[in-house]
Write a protein that binds this ligand. Structure first.
Ligand code: AHR
Length: 652
């Protein structure tokens, strides 16, 4: 009796162990449980962490219009020594125009052919010099009457070159006492790529020269003249984004009403853009302005999701709804016209004059950003004022409220009906794992659409705004990617209502002093770029998605996942996340298909939780593609420890 009982218990334990060790994940392929939003995967951007200046925007001169500081010519230094004598200073007399209010005065008291004196710019943590490359230099300059030119311009080694050893050089002549624009192209030959370079402007006679703006561009994506860095653009294109949310984030709001994103000051020739102080502690050139955002979308085949300033700024100031707010509402209407208008409209004609004939597609406009911080509770009335004016002129545009379901510590908009609301989630990876299995299950399917306009998992207990997070690397590790994977699976399962989502922030310049926030998705210095494991997780999700949601059963805290199908090809995409430190076998059951093609594909991102990527090891954690054999409507698949797996399978 004793023996039988022990055997029975042993068998029971084995059976229990087996089922506990092999959880099932059931995909109902008998019907579609809803449509996957065609805009589900997109990108979010703002000027933070030197995303544009010192990042995507390809300008190489730092403080090109001398307005970064009103105390000294930041990032510029005088070139002296070897017998040459000179000094540089900010000068507000005789400015080039109202935008370029300050120039750099270079006073050379001693210089000769082999003893050049001048001014050097250090770039954004160096200037990237690559072989056989053309660099476009644009300089606004004037000189005193006795100046007998020319100006020598060169890409020089960090140590300075004193006429020797420049990577590339050129000459500018014809300076007069009046401002003039000069352009020259520098061309490098064979060399080893480096960032240990600077940009030198030198003269070999005594005299005084004023520089109003100095600009240096390498080749850009699609050769756009005021364009974007090619390597960073490629990273984004590879994510297959369907939209770009811009320009913020806090950047659209500004610290104060005066320092909001004023789009009208970000268009036209760069020498007419004054730039402004951004809320992340440095000045933006606005070289990447409204038209550049739109062309960036166009170049990625993504559509803009335009955020307009809505009368609330970060230090708690708000504009009173009513007459005070009216000019800001008009500004938003003008902005929409700039994006979408034709030649017969004032702002459409301005866009054409600025260089882009075709209107841009626009379906969504976001009214402000995180207006739950406005403790005056004015958002209901502010949103409604924007809503009524925009809907009157553009009835088909969908308007996004920034008070999302989850964060709403203040009442949601009631006086008008937002089409969509924006939710933000910055959470610890473990919290994402806990919330994801049930996320959005109880959302009203007939209510407003949901935009998860900012989200990101961090690995530590410090949230991004905690100063202690600054000791961590700028980009997150595999543990965060697991949290991100679980949350993306939840959003994809619910993409009948979660219509758009985007990670934030997207970019970080990894140099000391480059960042204000972590974690970030894509890191770079002046010459290299890499993606965090989370970058690859997003890429795996966004590049492998069908148009039909398939309901799944079994997404729990052991293994989480989702499934979709491409209705045209029949391909089924099953995404699984194993957050455990051990491998996990899963019994995958695909209901409603008589048979499966026996071969499928698996794309796997796996590693130890602290595995990560960096500038020096950019590809330490990357997805690996393998063939899956013996696929059936009921089959077992083993997920590696700490992994995200996309299975691409076909029904027969
Ligand atoms: O993504 C960083 C910041 O987080 C955004 O600017 C803001 O919207 C949020 O608080």
């Amino acid at each position: 009796m004793k023996k039988v009982s022990a055997l029975f218990l042993g068998a029971l334990a084995a059976a229990f162990q087996c089922s506990a060790a092999t959880p099932s994940f059931t995909v109902d392929a008998s019907h579609s449980a809803g449509n996957v939003s065609p805009r589900l995967y997109g990108l979010m951007t703002e000027e933070i962490n030197h995303s544009y200046d010192g990042g995507l925007y390809a300008e190489l001169i730092r403080n090109r219009n001398f307005r970064d500081s009103d105390k000294d010519p930041a990032h510029w230094s005088a070139i002296t020594g070897n017998g040459a004598e000179a000094n540089i200073a900010l000068d507000t007399a005789n400015p080039y125009n109202d935008a370029l209010t300050t120039s750099l005065r270079l006073t050379v008291t001693k210089a000769a052919k082999d003893q050049p004196a001048g001014a050097a710019n250090e770039g954004y943590w160096g200037i990237p010099v690559t072989p056989h490359t053309k660099y476009r230099v644009t300089i606004l300059a004037r000189a005193d009457e006795n100046f007998s030119g020319p100006l020598h311009v060169s890409l020089a080694s960090e140590a300075g070159y004193f006429g020797k050893g420049a990577f590339a050089s050129g000459e500018i002549s014809g300076l007069t006492k009046d401002w003039k624009k000069f352009e020259v192209t520098l061309k490098t030959g064979s060399l080893t790529p480096t960032t240990k370079a600077r940009f030198d402007i030198t003269v070999d006679h005594p005299g005084t020269v004023w520089l109003g703006m100095v600009s240096l561009f390498p080749p850009t994506w699609n050769n756009r003249p005021n364009g974007l860095r090619k390597d960073i653009m490629q990273m984004m294109v590879d994510m297959n984004p369907k939209f770009l949310r811009f320009p913020g984030g806090n950047y659209v709001e500004g610290d104060t009403i005066e320092t909001r994103f004023e789009w009208k000051k970000t268009i036209g020739p760069i020498e007419q853009r004054p730039g402004h102080q951004c809320p992340w502690g440095y000045r933006s050139t606005d070289g990447l302005g409204l038209l550049e955002f739109l062309e960036w979308c166009e170049d990625m085949h993504a559509e803009p999701v335009l955020a307009v300033y809505a009368g609330y700024s970060l230090r708690g100031m708000h504009v009173n709804p009513g007459a005070d707010l009216a000019p800001f509402v008009q500004d938003a209407l003008d902005e929409i016209e700039y994006v979408t208008g034709d030649a017969s409209t004032k702002w459409g004609a301005q866009r054409i004059k600025d260089g882009h004939r075709a209107p841009f597609p626009l379906h969504y406009v976001e009214i402000g950003n995180e207006d739950w911080f406005d403790k005056s509770f004015s958002y209901d009335a502010r949103f409604t004022q924007f809503h009524n004016a925009i809907k009157m002129k553009y009835p088909t545009l969908k308007l996004i409220s920034t008070i999302g379901n989850d964060q709403a510590s203040i009442p949601h908009v009631k006086s008008s009906k937002p089409d969509m609301s924006d939710e933000h989630y910055y959470k610890n990876a473990d919290d994402f794992l806990k919330m994801s299995p049930t996320y959005a299950n109880n959302y009203d399917r007939h209510g407003e659409e949901i935009f998860v306009g900012e989200w990101a998992a961090h690995e530590t207990s410090f949230p991004p705004w905690d100063k202690r997070s600054s000791d961590e690397p700028p980009t997150p590790n595999m543990k965060a990617a697991i949290g991100d994977g679980a949350f993306m699976a939840a959003m994809e399962r619910n993409s009948d209502i979660i219509k758009m989502q985007c990670y934030a922030p997207m970019f970080v310049n990894v140099n000391p002093g480059g960042r204000q926030w972590r974690p970030d998705l894509i890191g770079y210095d002046a010459i290299s770029v890499y993606g965090a494991p989370s970058y690859y997780a997003i890429q795996m999700f966004s590049r492998n998605v069908g148009d039909q949601i398939l309901s799944v059963d079994g997404a729990d805290t052991t293994v989480q996942g989702c499934a979709t199908r491409n209705s045209r090809s029949g391909e089924i995409f099953i995404k699984l996340v194993n957050p455990q430190a051990t491998e996990q076998a899963v019994n995958i059951q695909i209901k409603g298909v008589p048979a499966m093609a026996s071969k499928g594909t698996a794309i796997t991102l796996a590693g130890k939780t602290d595995d990560t990527n960096s500038i020096t090891e950019p590809k330490h954690v990357v997805p690996v593609t393998t063939i899956v054999n013996d696929v059936h409507p009921d089959f077992n698949y083993t997920l590696p420890a700490n992994s995200i797996v996309v299975l691409k399978l076909k029904g027969r």
